[in-house]
Design a protein around this ligand. Structure first.
Ligand SMILES: Nc1nc2c(ncn2[C@@H]2O[C@H](COP(=O)(O)OP(=O)(O)OP(=O)(O)O)[C@@H](O)[C@H]2O)c(=O)[nH]1
Ligand SMILES: [Mg+2]
Length: 452
């Protein structure tokens, strides 16, 4: 076996399926491809080769299709094999055991992507995008992960780096000889460019606020008085009897969390305990929990019983309910004496519906969707949605550039401008992984599952 590890892992989920894919990366791949199929000639690169997989002891394990990838022309940058067998864990396990007997090592979590990164096939933001792509649970999350995988983050960071290097070049004379004050006209160009760069960084950092919407979904809390139909709403939205619905007020005491898709949006929906004066300790705890959820919510669906007197909501709750983040649902419109309740939270849009007869339900869904689109719960299509790690690095760059800007403007401690600018460049490098930081890579790739 050639020197250097050849790693192997199942790249599809364990379980019954039509096919399972086993992935290998490392120098032994070309030889292994020939050996397991008992071929005399190397497999053609990037061509699917059908054959029978024979174990080292000669046992026929399965009929397989093997694709061989040449070094430098593969995902990891090493020679690779992709082996499709029938999707029975008994078969894939036997094949992997055989490959280990032949000298392969089981891959660590994320090791394929890490190797691709270390071999310069992808930058760090693209490695993260693979993870995002696999875990995406809404159309929007998919769209933005795909964009990141295509290298959009790297391109923007390269453009920022380029702008900063230009500024450095323009400031060079000043930086090299700080005691010689630059004439105002020489300074205005680079200083103005620096200000513009800081502003653009700030705009980009702001876009990271969309990331939790893409990853976890828009945190939407259903609130309202007891018995208004909150649990009926989560059941209607999820299409299942997820929450207990009963005519007894105070039924829901602990909150229930579900994920749904509303067209392109991913929504995290939470059913909560009814808000009222608590009669018992458990109810009190439930209501306190609701208030905690309210603090962290992105959106509110306020469910009211249209045939009941208007509830009194605590002031600290009402303060959270804004026209851009809330909808009032006047439920039970089928009952005699139902009112539109437009006087309740008049600043917030209202819909009337019956969760019992479903009258008004499609209109509510349309209103909700239009509301999310209007109030920027989806990122504009031309931006990059930075993750928390990127945003932290960009904020570091912005702060250092801010320091440099201040020093240039005031002429104080101008000797430190060089190190400010260097720190900013390092921070840009961190976004795409152009830094020697093994521990950061360990943490990042550990989040990946085996076979990625
Ligand atoms: N007539 C009528 N009854 C409804 C409607 N929606 C819900 N209900 C009934 O109202 C009662 C309370 O519904 P739930 O969904 O449990 O209300 P909730 O707001 O979760 O109540 P708590 O968990 O106790 O706070 C149940 O008996 C439901 O069947 C509706 O549109 N019309
Ligand atoms: Mg309930």
């Amino acid at each position: 076996m050639p020197s250097g590890d050849t790693i192997v892992a199942l790249s599809t989920p364990t379980g019954e399926s039509a096919i399972a894919v086993i992935r290998l990366s490392g120098p032994a791949c070309p030889d292994l491809g020939m050996a397991v199929l008992q071929r005399k000639h190397p497999l053609e690169f990037r061509r699917a080769t059908f054959g029978q997989y024979f174990a080292l002891d000669g046992e026929l394990l399965d009929e397989v299709v093997v694709t061989s990838f040449r070094e430098n022309k593969s995902f990891t940058g090493e020679a690779m094999l992709e082996l499709s067998c029938h999707g029975n864990p008994l078969i894939s396990n036997k094949i992997i055991e055989d490959l280990v007997r032949r000298g392969c090592r089981i891959a660590e979590p994320g090791e394929f992507s890490r190797t691709a990164f270390l071999n310069g096939r992808i930058d760090l933001s693209q490695a993260e995008a693979i993870s995002d792509l696999i875990q995406a649970r809404s159309d929007l999350a998919l769209r933005f992960a795909q964009k990141q995988l295509s290298g959009s983050v790297g391109k923007i960071v390269a453009a920022f780096t380029d702008r900063l290097l230009r500024i450095v070049a323009q400031l060079e004379a000043y930086i090299d000889f700080p005691e010689e004050d630059l004439p105002a006209e020489d300074q205005s160009g680079p200083v103005a460019d620096l200000r513009a760069l800081i502003r653009d960084l700030e705009d980009n950092i702001q876009n990271s606020r969309y990331k939790p919407f893409l990853d976890e979904g828009i945190r939407t809390v259903i609130i309202g008085p007891p018995n208004a139909g909150k649990s009926s709403l989560i059941n209607a939205l999820t299409g299942e009897d997820r929450a207990i619905v009963s005519e007894e007020p105070g039924t829901t005491r602990d909150y229930i969390k579900e994920r749904i898709a509303l067209e392109e949006f991913g929504i995290q929906i939470l059913d909560t305990a009814g808000l009222h004066e608590p009669d018992s300790k458990i109810e009190e705890l439930g209501i306190r929990k609701t208030m905690e959820l309210v603090e962290q919510a992105d959106f509110f669906l306020v469910v009211l019983d249209a045939a009941a007197p208007l509830p009194a909501f605590p002031a600290d709750l009402v303060n959270h309910l804004l026209p851009e983040n809330s909808l009032v649902l006047a439920n039970k419109s089928d009952l005699d004496g139902a009112h539109p309740l437009t006087d309740f939270l008049p600043q917030v849009p209202h819909v009337q519906l019956s969760l019992k007869t479903k009258e008004g339900y499609p209109e509510f869904m349309q209103t909700w969707l239009a509301h999310l689109r209007k109030h920027q719960f989806s990122p504009p299509s031309d931006v990059v949605v930075w993750n928390a790690r990127h945003a932290q690095a960009l904020a570091m760059a912005r702060d250092r550039l801010g320091d440099a800007f201040g020093r240039l403007k005031t002429g104080k401690e101008s000797i430190l401008v060089v190190s400010d600018l260097r720190d900013a460049l390092t921070a840009f490098g961190e976004v795409i992984g152009k830094v020697d930081n093994e521990s950061m890579l360990d943490i990042l790739f550990k989040e990946f599952c085996i076979g990625k």
